[in-house]
Design a protein around this ligand. Structure first.
Ligand SMILES: NC(=O)c1ccc[n+]([C@@H]2O[C@H](COP(=O)([O-])OP(=O)(O)OC[C@H]3O[C@@H](n4cnc5c(N)ncnc54)[C@H](OP(=O)(O)O)[C@@H]3O)[C@@H](O)[C@H]2O)c1
Length: 261
């Protein structure tokens, strides 16, 4: 079964990616999982008929053509060093390490890409940015979202860093809903209304133009109105400067990794 999709590292993101791959429309691919996280691997194999757990990480490689790397960066070298890759392998790394940092460990695999996959890939609602472009991966990545080949690794790193705002995004919504509940809204109404507002606002921002966020922000901020008051207060306190600084620090962390020997 060397045509299976292999997974080395079965944690949170691998669990979501496997679910996305096998539940997408069309014939579900065969998936082979590394055995280390036994509870998660077993749960996936019991849930999906085309998913199996291999005896070892090497058995995953031996049975697979495309291999997803879903290891934490600090575990990657130790996990990959003993493995024997094959020229037929196409590697899809979800690890936030430069490809050059992993290159020596993946030889002689012929193709390796980095893909930005989020747990929401089970819903297939968004793009799957990846680099470098490998056209034959598109049918597989389409099972997780809309494949978005990028021009270079810098572009991937910038988008990757932008996903470090997810927790802050939810914390923002939490603050809004908690505030409304503390000022008299029923907690359920506050949470449901806030989530619905975020959903509707994101939805109209799906189109169009590169200036769309600035335009929508401007349009919402009626001069002398309530929105202008809040965005102005946040700007004055430097909230968006702090956000940019935090993103710069994340990008520096992603890009500042030395090659793994
Ligand atoms: N979670 C996300 O939303 C997300 C999104 C995009 C990218 N990523 C990236 O994807 C990678 C995995 O993230 P995660 O959140 O899924 O982490 P995770 O839940 O900790 O999963 C990593 C898994 O790798 C296993 N592992 C460690 N050493 C191994 C080895 N030698 N052989 C086989 N498996 C081994 C771990 O087992 P133990 O627990 O026993 O060590 C764990 O089950 C990270 O690099 C992360 O940055 C994550």
């Amino acid at each position: 079964m060397s045509d299976a999709i292999g997974f080395i590292g079965v944690g949170s993101i691998a669990t979501a990616a496997v679910e996305g791959l096998v539940t997408a429309p069309g014939a579900a691919p065969h998936v082979l999982l590394s055995p280390r996280n036994a509870a998660k691997s077993r749960a996936l194999s019991e849930r999906f008929a085309t998913v199996a757990v291999a005896e070892s990480n090497q058995a995953v490689l031996d049975g697979s053509g495309t291999v997803f790397l879903c290891l934490r960066p600090q575990a990657a070298a130790e996990a990959l060093r003993p493995l024997r890759f094959h020229p037929r392998h196409t590697i899809v790394s979800l690890v936030p390490l430069p490809l050059s940092a992993l290159a020596s460990l993946l030889r002689p695999a012929q193709r390796a890409v980095r893909a930005l996959v989020l747990p929401t890939c089970t819903e297939r609602l968004q793009a799957i940015p990846y680099w470098p472009e490998v056209g034959e991966l598109h049918p597989l990545l389409e099972r997780l979202g809309a494949p978005l080949p990028l021009r270079n690794e810098r572009e991937l790193n910038a988008l990757w860093a932008s996903t470090a705002t997810i927790s802050a995004f939810y914390a923002f919504l939490e603050t809004v809903a908690d505030w409304a509940a503390a000022r008299g809204a029923a907690p359920t109404a506050a949470v449901d209304y806030t989530a619905g507002m975020a959903h509707a606002l994101a939805r109209i921002a799906l189109v169009d133009g590169t200036d769309r966020f600035a335009r929508l922000s401007r349009e919402a901020a009626t001069p002398g109105g309530l929105n202008e008051q809040v965005v102005g207060a946040l700007r004055t306190r430097g909230a968006y400067v702090h956000l940019r600084d935090a993103l710069d620090a994340v990008l520096a962390r992603i890009e500042g990794v030395p090659p793994i020997a």
